[in-house]
Design a protein around this ligand. Structure first.
Ligand code: PEP
Ligand code: MG
Length: 315
């Protein structure tokens, strides 16, 4: 009995009525894939490539990168694997991409801004990803971090396609991109909301600073309102809108996010079981009602309380 339970396939993420909500893993190395699969990850929603190179003092070469990406993609045959190009800067500085002298690195040359200034590194990474994709059979999707404008979205998707990446999207983690989500989605294939940075930039609260941690809370209705705008844009354009920030790992907030229009959720693999169980308790109408209650609240604590009250009356 025990052996059977341990090897039983984990059911995919879905709402009570069967509406699928793919539950994906946030990973920082290919070695972490096996555990994520054992915990029921249906694919990868965020592969943080900068984690592969935090200690490097020069940009990694194409061959070296391709080997890492092949290992990752080979672990997920037929599955979606969303790889993020290097998100260097602020909390994740890379010596070969960032300028250590910046006074406000979270507002500086980070993410796509740093890659664009050093385009050869971005070109090599996209080339390595396309080459790894060509010899494996996962559904590779590549996304850019810290997108702030529609023009940056066009720049990234054009370059990715030129170098052989078929599916290119962007992270929405800067409020400007959330506000223009419909135009951003019009210029790429999908969006994935990074709630960690979206909260940091919406609330103007450093995500690394304990003294402002009360503001670094994705339950704040201002953050939820921006997410709702992205969800609306997803429906309007017919493009997928995932979530890959920590918010997706909170079982009740996960229901709110789906109610706001998220089509998949990506999280640390250890959170998958609780989120899967929570989603299965509510239908789409419940999720909308729970999300509406949170959106209408005054602050983060009230939003959580209001969501909980509606959720309890729904089951
Ligand atoms: C985010 O900002 O929410 C995110 C998923 O990316 P990271 O935490 O790596 O900045
Ligand atoms: Mg981020």
């Amino acid at each position: 009995e025990r052996t059977r339970a341990a090897t039983a396939p984990v059911t995919p993420g879905r709402l009570a009525d069967g509406t699928p909500v793919p539950l994906l893993a946030n990973l920082g190395s290919a070695a972490a894939a096996a555990e994520a699969i054992a915990l029921g990850a249906e694919g990868v929603g965020l592969f943080r490539t900068e984690f592969l190179f935090l200690d490097a003092d020069r940009a990694p070469g194409i061959t070296e990168q391709q080997a890492q990406y092949e290992k990752l993609l080979a672990a997920f045959p037929g599955r979606k694997v969303v790889v993020r190009v290097l998100d260097a800067g602020a909390d994740k500085p890379l010596s070969f991409l960032n300028d250590a002298a910046e006074e406000n690195p979270a507002l500086g040359l980070r993410g796509i801004r740093a890659l664009r200034r050093t385009e050869a590194i971005l070109r090599e990474q996209l080339t390595a990803l396309a080459a790894a994709d060509a010899v494996t059979n996962a559904d590779l999707q590549v996304m850019a971090p810290m997108i702030a404008t529609v023009e940056e979205t066009r720049y990234f998707t054009a370059l990715a396609n030129e170098l052989g990446v078929k599916t290119a999207g962007v992270m929405i983690e800067v409020p400007s991109a959330a506000l223009l989500a419909e135009r951003v989605l019009g210029a790429c294939d999908f969006a994935s909301i990074g709630t960690n940075d979206l909260t940091q930039y919406t609330m103007a609260a450093d995500r690394l600073l304990g003294t402002v941690a009360n503001l670094q809370d994705p339950w704040h209705p201002a953050v939820l309102q921006l997410i709702a705008e992205v969800g609306r844009a997803g429906r309007a354009t017919g493009k997928p809108v995932g979530i890959c920030g920590e918010a997706a790992a909170d079982p009740l907030l996960a229901v709110v996010l789906v109610g706001l229009g998220a089509t998949s959720l990506s999280m640390s693999p250890s959170a998958l079981a609780d989120v899967r169980a929570s989603l299965a308790r509510y239908g789409p109408d419940d999720a909308h009602a729970i999300a509406r209650a949170a959106l209408a609240a005054e602050g983060a604590a009230e939003a959580k309380q209001a969501a909980r009250a509606v959720a309890e009356s729904a089951i």
